[in-house]
Design a protein around this ligand. Structure first.
Ligand code: PMP
Length: 414
C-alpha cells in the first residue's frame, strides 16, 4: 500500500525526538497539502466577502464557495446544491435542526428518540429541547457489543414520537448502525430522522438519498478538511420550511422599519453572517483528495488497520478490545487495559510520541451503560500503518498504573 504520510506535512513532526504516531483521527484528522494549498490559494487569490459585493473579486469568491457546495452535494449524493448548508460543524448542524425544525415540531408530551451511543453533540441539543418543551427523550438501548438493533429502534417509535436523531457510526466503538433500516422504520411511523454522520463521512461513501435521511450532518475537520466548517444536508422541502436559525446579514431580501422582514431562500437563509468561505473551499479540496484516492482504497485501509489492531492489541496480556470493531471496520478500535486507568495508558503512549484519545469521548452516558470508566481509542486515517499499530501493541506491554500526569490545562477536556 502506498504510504500517504508524505501528503500530510504535520506527520513529519517529532516530539522529544520521537516521530509522531497520530491515532486520534476521530477527534480530528490531519490535513493533506492539497487542503493547505487550497486555503492559501483562496486567501492569496480569491478572498472577498460572498454574495454581497458588486465587483470581480467578490464574484470569484462567491463562485468558489458555490463550487464547494456543489462538490459537497455530489459527495453526499444530494439532489440539489440548495440542500447543502455550510455550518460550523456537526455540533452546529444538530443545534440548527433542533432549534428550528425541532422547536417547531416537538411539544409537551411528545417524544424524541435517540440511541444510547450518541455523542453529546447529538444528545444535548435534543435533551435541552425536550426539557424546554416538556417532551420525553427516549433512548434506544445499545447491546454489549455496542450495536443498536433496528428492531429495538422501531419499537421505540411511538404515537407521540416527533423526531429521531441517530449516529451513523459510533465515535466510541466504531459500530456502524443500520441507518437505512432505521430511517425506513421511522418513516413508516411518520417520524423524520437526523443522522449524525461525523464518524461516517471520513470512512465510507455516504449517499443521503439511498439512506433516505431527512437531515445528515458532518464536520469538515474529521474528513481531512479545515476546522470550523461543516455541513447540514436537509431534504429540500424540509429545509425550505425552516425558519432562520440565526438572523442577520445575508439572510434577508430587504428590511424596512415598518414592514415584516422578508428572508431569502435556503441555503443562504440558514447561513447568517459571513460564512467560513475558505473553510468551505478547503473542505471541497479535502473531499476531492478522498475521491481521488477512492472509497474502495479507504475501506481497504480501514479494514486492514482495524483487523490488525484487534488481533495485535488483543494479544497483549490484560488488553481487551471493546465491542466488535472488526465486524464493521470504520477506523475506530477502543480498548481497556486491566487495572490501568485509560488516562494512564494514554499518558504512557503520549510519552512515546503516540497520540490517542483516552476517556469518555464526549459520550459519558454510553460509557456508563457499558460499565466503563473510559476507553483508550485508536482511530485511523488513510495515512496510518500497521507498523504504528504494532508500536502501540509494544508500548502496551510496558504500561503501568500512574503514568498520567495532568500537567497541561487541556487535561480538563479529557
Ligand atoms: N458526533 C460525533 C459522532 C462525533 O464524533 C463528533 C466529534 N467528536 C461530533 C458529533 C461533534 O463534531 P464537531 O465537534 O466537529 O462539531
Amino acid at each position: 500500500m502506498t504510504d500517504l504520510a508524505a501528503d500530510f506535512p504535520i506527520l513529519a513532526s517529532t516530539f522529544d525526538g520521537r516521530p509522531l504516531v497520530y491515532l486520534d483521527n476521530a477527534a480530528t484528522t490531519q490535513k493533506p497539502r492539497a487542503v493547505l494549498d487550497a486555503l492559501t490559494d483562496f486567501y492569496a487569490s480569491a478572498n472577498a466577502n460572498i454574495g454581497r459585493g458588486h465587483y470581480a473579486l467578490a464574484r470569484i469568491a462567491t463562485d468558489r464557495y458555490e463550487e464547494a457546495r456543489g462538490i459537497v452535494q455530489r459527495a453526499l449524493g444530494a439532489a440539489d446544491p440548495a440542500e447543502i448548508v455550510f455550518t460550523g460543524g456537526t455540533t452546529d448542524s444538530v443545534n440548527m435542526v433542533a432549534e428550528t425544525f425541532g422547536r417547531g415540531r416537538v411539544g409537551a408530551g411528545d417524544e424524541v428518540v435517540v440511541c444510547g451511543m450518541e455523542h453529546n453533540s447529538n444528545l444535548l441539543p435534543w435533551r435541552r429541547l425536550c426539557e424546554d418543551a416538556g417532551a420525553r427523550l427516549a433512548v434506544v438501548p445499545v447491546d454489549a457489543s455496542g450495536r443498536v438493533d433496528a428492531g429495538d429502534f422501531a419499537a421505540a417509535l411511538g404515537p407521540r414520537t416527533r423526531m429521531a436523531a441517530v449516529a451513523h457510526v459510533s465515535n466510541v466503538l466504531g459500530t456502524v448502525n443500520p441507518v437505512r433500516e432505521m430511517v425506513a422504520a421511522a418513516h413508516r411511523a411518520g417520524v423524520p430522522v437526523l443522522v449524525d454522520g461525523a464518524q461516517a463521512v471520513p470512512h465510507m461513501q455516504v449517499d443521503v438519498r439511498d439512506l433516505d435521511a431527512d437531515f445528515y450532518c458532518f464536520s469538515g475537520h474529521k474528513v481531512y478538511g479545515p476546522q470550523g466548517v461543516g455541513v447540514l444536508y436537509g431534504r429540500r422541502d424540509l429545509l425550505a420550511a425552516l425558519p432562520p436559525y440565526q438572523v442577520g446579514g445575508g439572510t434577508v431580501k430587504g428590511v424596512s422599519a415598518d414592514e415584516p422582514v422578508r428572508y431569502v431562500p435556503v441555503p443562504a437563509r440558514l447561513e447568517a453572517g459571513t460564512p467560513n468561505v475558505a473553510g468551505a473551499v478547503g473542505l471541497a479540496a479535502a473531499l476531492r483528495y478522498v475521491d481521488k484516492l477512492g472509497w474502495d482504497e479507504v475501506r481497504r485501509r480501514d479494514e486492514r488497520l482495524v483487523r490488525h489492531a484487534v488481533a495485535a492489541l488483543g494479544e497483549v496480556p490484560g488488553v481487551r478490545v471493546v465491542g466488535a470493531p472488526q465486524e464493521t471496520p470504520s477506523g475506530i478500535v477502543s480498548i481497556v487495559v486491566d487495572g490501568i486507568h485509560p488516562y494512564d495508558v494514554g499518558g504512557h503512549l503520549d510519552r512515546h510520541g503516540v497520540a490517542v484519545r483516552s476517556g469518555v469521548h464526549c459520550a459519558s452516558t454510553f460509557l456508563d451503560d457499558l460499565g466503563l470508566l473510559g476507553t483508550v481509542r485508536l482511530s485511523f486515517a488513510v495515512y496510518n500503518t500497521v507498523a504504528e499499530v504494532d508500536r502501540v501493541a509494544e508500548l502496551l506491554r510496558t504500561v503501568r498504573p500512574g503514568s498520567w500526569t495532568a500537567e497541561h490545562p487541556t487535561a480538563r477536556f479529557l
